[in-house]
Ligand binder design. Structure first.
Ligand code: BTN
Length: 282
C-alpha cells in the first residue's frame, strides 16, 4: 500500500460525487487543503460570511492544527493519517436537528460497509466503534470497544440579519494511524484493523454514503430503524456522564424522535439523555 499517506485525488473524488448526485450542481464546492485549523471552523466562517455556500459543499484537509472534537475536546492526528472533512447543510429544519448526527453516523457505517466486512457500529450518538467481543461481562467502560471515527455536528448562521441557519457535519476517520500515533488507548484505525484502502477510495465511499443519508435527513425520510440496526449502545448496560457531572447507569433501551437516548435505571425509571458521554459497561 504505497499510497497509504498519499494525497486525496480531488478531481477523481469530485467527479465521483457529481456522478452520484447530479443535483449538486455547478456552484457546488469541494475544497481540499493541505493544512488548516479546523474544517468545521472554516466552513462556519464561510457560512457566516454570507458567501453563498451551496448545500452539501465540502472542505477536506490533510491536517488540522486546531481540530475540534465533541464536548470541547481537541481532535488531533498526524498529516494524512486520517480522512478529515466537513459538509455544509444549508436547508435545515431546526425542529429535527437532534437526528442529524444519527443520520451522519449511519452514513459512515454504510460507507465503511462498502469497503470492509469489519463490523463497525455506532456508540450513541455517533462515535464509530469496533465493539470488542473479548471484553466479557467483567470489563468496564472503554475496554469494551475501540473508536475509529468521531463526528462533530453544529449549527451556525444566527449572527446574520436575518438569521440563515445552516448545519455543519464534521467527520474524522482514523485511516493509517499506528498504535503510538493514536492519542487515546481506546482508539483504532483502519490500518490497525487490517483494512487496506487508499484515502481517495475511502473518501468516495464515505462521502457518497454520508451525503445519501444527509439527503434522507433533509427530506425527512431518514428512518430511526436504520440507526437502531447499527447502534451497539441499544440493549447495552451503560453509564452516561452528563454535562454538570451527574451520572446515570442503566440499560440503553432506545432512541427517540429527537435523537435522545432512553436509559432505564435499576429502579425502572427511564431517563432521556440528550448530551453527554456514554460508556458501554457490558
Ligand atoms: C469527536 O469528538 O468524536 C468528534 C470529532 C470530530 C472531528 C472532525 S475532523 C473534521 C471536522 N473538523 C473538526 O475540527 N472536527 C471535525
Amino acid at each position: 500500500m504505497n499510497d497509504t499517506r498519499g494525497p486525496i485525488h480531488i478531481a477523481e473524488l469530485s467527479s465521483q460525487l457529481l456522478t452520484a448526485f447530479p443535483d449538486l450542481g455547478s456552484a457546488w464546492q469541494i475544497d481540499y487543503r493541505e493544512e488548516t485549523g479546523s474544517t468545521n471552523a472554516d466552513l462556519r466562517e464561510r457560512l457566516d460570511s454570507g458567501a453563498g455556500v451551496q448545500n452539501y459543499s465540502i472542505i477536506l484537509a490533510d491536517h488540522q492544527t486546531a481540530g475540534q472534537g465533541r464536548l470541547g475536546r481537541a481532535w488531533t492526528a498526524p498529516t494524512r493519517a486520517q480522512l478529515i472533512f466537513s459538509i455544509a447543510l444549508t436547508n435545515v429544519d431546526l425542529q429535527r436537528l437532534g437526528t442529524l448526527p444519527l443520520a451522519a453516523g449511519v452514513g459512515v457505517i454504510d460507507g465503511l460497509a462498502q469497503i470492509t466486512a469489519v463490523p463497525f457500529r455506532l456508540k450513541w450518538p455517533n462515535d464509530v466503534i469496533l465493539p470488542n467481543p473479548q471484553a466479557g461481562s467483567g470489563a468496564t467502560g472503554y475496554k469494551n470497544y475501540k473508536k475509529l471515527c468521531g463526528i462533530l455536528g453544529e449549527v451556525t448562521g444566527f449572527g446574520q440579519v436575518p438569521p440563515v441557519p445552516a448545519a455543519i457535519v464534521g467527520i474524522g476517520i482514523n485511516h493509517s494511524l499506528t498504535e503510538v500515533e493514536i492519542p487515546v488507548s481506546t482508539g483504532t484505525s483502519l490500518t490497525l484493523e487490517g483494512v487496506e484502502v487508499d484515502r481517495t477510495t475511502l473518501a468516495g465511499a464515505i462521502l457518497t454514503a454520508v451525503i445519501r443519508r444527509l439527503k434522507q435527513w433533509e427530506t425527512d425520510t431518514f428512518s430511526l430503524a436504520d440507526y437502531r440496526k447499527v447502534c451497539a449502545t441499544l440493549g447495552t448496560h451503560v453509564k452516561a456522564l452528563l454535562p454538570g457531572d451527574s451520572v446515570i447507569t442503566g440499560t440503553a433501551e432506545d432512541v427517540d424522535y429527537a435523537g435522545d437516548l432512553l436509559i432505564r435505571d435499576e429502579q425502572g425509571t427511564v431517563h432521556t439523555v440528550s448530551a453527554g458521554d456514554v460508556e458501554h459497561l457490558r
